[in-house]
Every structure is written in structure tokens, then in C-alpha cells.
Design a protein around this ligand. Structure first.
Ligand code: GLV
Ligand code: MN
Ligand code: MN
Ligand code: MN
Length: 391
């Protein structure tokens, strides 16, 4: 299977690839639209019908779309800016190959298999992660989703070409199970394939630090109200509090106005990504960071405002399903993750499981993310076994 994997993977590997091996595949941008065309073509080649749900999510069907007992598998094409190539597309490529493998083995599933490509999983373009699955499950209002803006001011509604359709009753009424295969994103998996137990609660908070823009050369240090200073103290507070709590805090995105070397900024906008093993720990972490930001703003004569952009509760995947899949795969390890997934959003509505494929670098959301063809081949075999069991 590793050779078949390598052949199909080679078709998409160049799409959105940058010189350093990283990927820029924002949702509904040119490279992601090419991947969507590739998806339709793959479905065609396999005589699979493609449907869309009005939210930007695509489905390729082996069997009658949305017939009772449907099993969904797949993942997402979009990437974080300059991210890895496997996070997302691996689950879609593996799903098509698992269909091939089942057909080669003469398996005819009694229930339909839908290969899904969910839109804007990373929230890299419009800010809210798992936007497609949130829309599908009614976890976000379609008007709010439509109005989300990318860095160039384009809204999600404009990129989609329509107001999103919103919640679908098909999920709860027709889908028996969801299985998302994904590259493992930490250093936790030492064998080719594992099964997910849980996703840490996580969220994004936009923090606006405002002060007085002024001249870098003429403003005395004592006269300044510099929001960059408040921001810098907040970054250090987030790091300190996360370490104390055994949690994770990151400020990986920032924008500055006017963003000039010789001007004291008037605005620093930073996005806090906070995650922990349980919700109270995550909430305490965010409270502590905000408290210290506000205290520091008092000293600096600046202002801070905080806006939650998305909060994802902790996910405990269906324990009996995870145990069943682990046993089916010869005792595959069962492990939690700190990364968010569409499967996590869907798990509140449908029995859901995830398969992880080993990542020897342990790096993700960066160009060094990697999985070997052999392990990806093992992932396809595992997914085929699971789909045969569930359909
Ligand atoms: C998505 O990959 C996330 O967890 O940020
Ligand atoms: Mn990701
Ligand atoms: Mn992903
Ligand atoms: Mn993700």
C-alpha cells in the first residue's frame, strides 16, 4: 500500500508548496480550490457522486448519499500559513485509498461511505477553526460565519459565494459514525497507527492593546503609552502561567499599527491560543493572563480589550468505539491530543473516532511535519479495516 500511497500523494504534494517545503493552502484560496478540483476528479475516477452541503464542505459517496447508516471519513485540505503538508490532506487521500483497498478486496459495504473534505479547519484564513463542521452542526450562526473576514477584508460569505446553509439534520439522522484519519501532531505515537481518546479543550482570544502612537525619536520614555510594552509583558505572563498550570499558551499571530520602525504603535493586536487537559485549568489560565495584561496596562497607561473568537470544549471520543478500533487494529495505542479537529466538533452529535499516523519529527504546523510512505500505507490499511467493520 505504501507505493499506492506514494503515487496518489505525489499528485497533491506540489499544490501550495513553498520553497522551504512548507504549505500555504488557505481555505477557498487558489491552491485549496485546486485541491477541491482534484477531489472531484478522484471521486469521478472511482464512480463516486460528489455532493456539497452549502457550507463549503464536500462529500464523495460510495453508495447512496446520506442513506441511513452513513459512515463519514475524511479531513480537510486547508493549512495554517506555512504549515505542513500532511495535516488534513492525509485523511482525504487515505480515505480514497481505503475505498480502493476495500474494492480490491471485494468488500461491498452495506451502508454508504462518504469521503468528506471540510472547509476552513485551521481557521487560518477566517479565524474560526473547524468552520465547516461548526456550520454543519449548528455550532456557529451562519450569519456570523458569513461575516468573518480574512486579512485582505474578504468575507467567508464572499469566498463561498453564498450565505452558508448552516446546520444539517442529516448528521444526526443519517450518520452512524465518523472516522477521521490524521497525522499525529506531537511526540506521542511510537508505532505506525494509534487511536484518539480525547482532545484538550482549547480556544482563541483576540487581545487588543491600544495606546498613543507617537514619534520614536522625539517622545521621551517617561511620556510614552506604548501598547507594545503591555503586549510584551502579556506574552511573558502567558508563558509563565501555562508552565505553572501544565497547560499550553501561545501568541503566534500579531498585528501592529502603524507597524513602522520609527513610530510608537497605537495598536497591537495579538491572538492568545490557550489549551489544557481540562476546561477549568484552561479558563484559569486565560483569566490569569488577562488579569496580568490589565494590571500592566494600568502601569503603561494603555488599554486592553479581550474578545473570545472561538472556544472548543474538551472532547472525550466514544470510549467503546475507540476500544473496539484499537482491538481491531491489533491493540493500537489510545492517546489524547492537544490539536483540534472536525472530528471533535462532530463527536458531540455522532459516535466519532480518530486514527493517528506516526509523525517521526513530532513537528506540525511547520514545514518539518512528516510521515513516511510506509506509515501512511499502514494508516490506509487501518482505515479500510475500520470502515469495513463499521459499514
Ligand atoms: C488545529 O490544527 C489546531 O488544533 O489548531
Ligand atoms: Mn492543524
Ligand atoms: Mn488538521
Ligand atoms: Mn486542526
Amino acid at each position: 500500500m505504501s507505493a499506492a500511497f506514494a503515487r496518489l500523494w505525489a499528485e497533491i504534494a506540489p499544490i501550495g508548496r513553498e520553497d522551504n517545503g512548507g504549505y500555504l493552502r488557505y481555505a477557498l484560496s487558489e491552491p485549496e480550490l485546486r485541491l477541491r478540483d482534484w477531489f472531484r476528479d478522484q471521486a469521478d475516477r472511482r464512480d463516486m457522486t460528489v455532493t456539497e452541503d452549502g457550507n463549503g464542505n464536500l462529500f464523495a459517496w460510495w453508495g447512496t448519499p446520506w442513506a441511513p447508516g452513513t459512515v463519514l471519513t475524511g479531513s480537510h485540505f486547508d493549512s495554517v500559513p506555512h504549515g505542513g503538508g500532511y495535516d488534513g490532506p492525509l485523511g482525504i487521500v487515505s480515505a480514497f485509498l481505503a475505498v480502493d483497498l476495500l474494492r480490491e478486496r471485494g468488500v461491498t459495504p452495506a451502508r454508504p461511505i462518504g469521503v468528506a473534505a471540510f472547509v476552513e479547519e485551521e481557521g487560518g484564513r477566517f479565524g474560526v477553526p473547524c468552520l465547516g463542521s461548526r456550520l454543519m452542526t449548528g455550532a456557529i450562526d451562519p450569519d456570523r460565519a458569513a461575516a468573518l473576514r480574512d486579512r485582505d477584508g474578504v468575507t467567508f460569505g464572499e469566498a463561498l459565494g453564498a450565505r452558508p446553509a448552516g446546520a444539517s439534520s442529516l448528521l444526526a439522522s443519517r450518520v452512524a459514525a465518523v472516522v477521521e484519519l490524521h497525522i499525529e501532531q506531537g511526540r506521542a505515537l511510537e508505532v505506525p497507527v494509534g487511536v484518539a481518546s480525547a482532545i484538550w479543550p482549547h480556544g482563541r482570544w483576540r487581545m487588543d492593546f491600544t495606546g498613543d502612537g507617537d514619534h520614536a525619536g522625539t517622545t521621551r520614555m517617561i511620556d510614552r503609552h506604548d501598547p507594545m510594552l503591555t503586549f510584551a509583558h502579556t506574552v511573558l505572563a502567558a508563558d509563565r502561567e501555562a508552565r505553572l498550570a501544565g497547560a499550553h499558551a501561545t501568541i503566534g499571530r500579531v498585528s501592529v499599527e502603524p507597524n513602522a520602525t520609527n513610530a510608537i504603535p497605537s495598536l497591537v493586536r495579538g491572538w492568545l491560543d490557550a489549551r489544557a487537559a481540562d476546561t477549568p485549568t484552561m479558563e484559569r489560565l486565560v483569566e490569569a493572563v488577562v488579569k496580568q495584561a490589565v494590571e500592566r496596562a494600568g502601569q503603561d497607561g494603555t488599554q486592553v480589550s479581550v474578545e473570545p473568537e472561538s472556544v472548543s470544549p474538551e472532547v472525550a471520543f466514544d470510549t467503546s468505539l475507540a476500544g473496539r478500533l484499537s482491538a481491531l487494529l491489533g491493540g493500537a495505542p489510545i492517546l489524547p491530543t492537544g490539536a483540534g479537529h472536525d472530528a471533535g466538533v462532530l463527536s458531540a452529535h455522532v459516535p466519532t473516532a480518530m486514527l493517528f499516523v506516526r509523525n517521526p519529527t513530532g513537528v506540525s504546523h511547520a514545514p518539518a511535519e512528516h510521515a513516511s510512505d510506509e506509515d501512511c500505507g499502514a494508516g490506509v490499511e487501518a482505515l479500510a479495516t475500520v470502515l469495513a467493520e463499521l459499514t
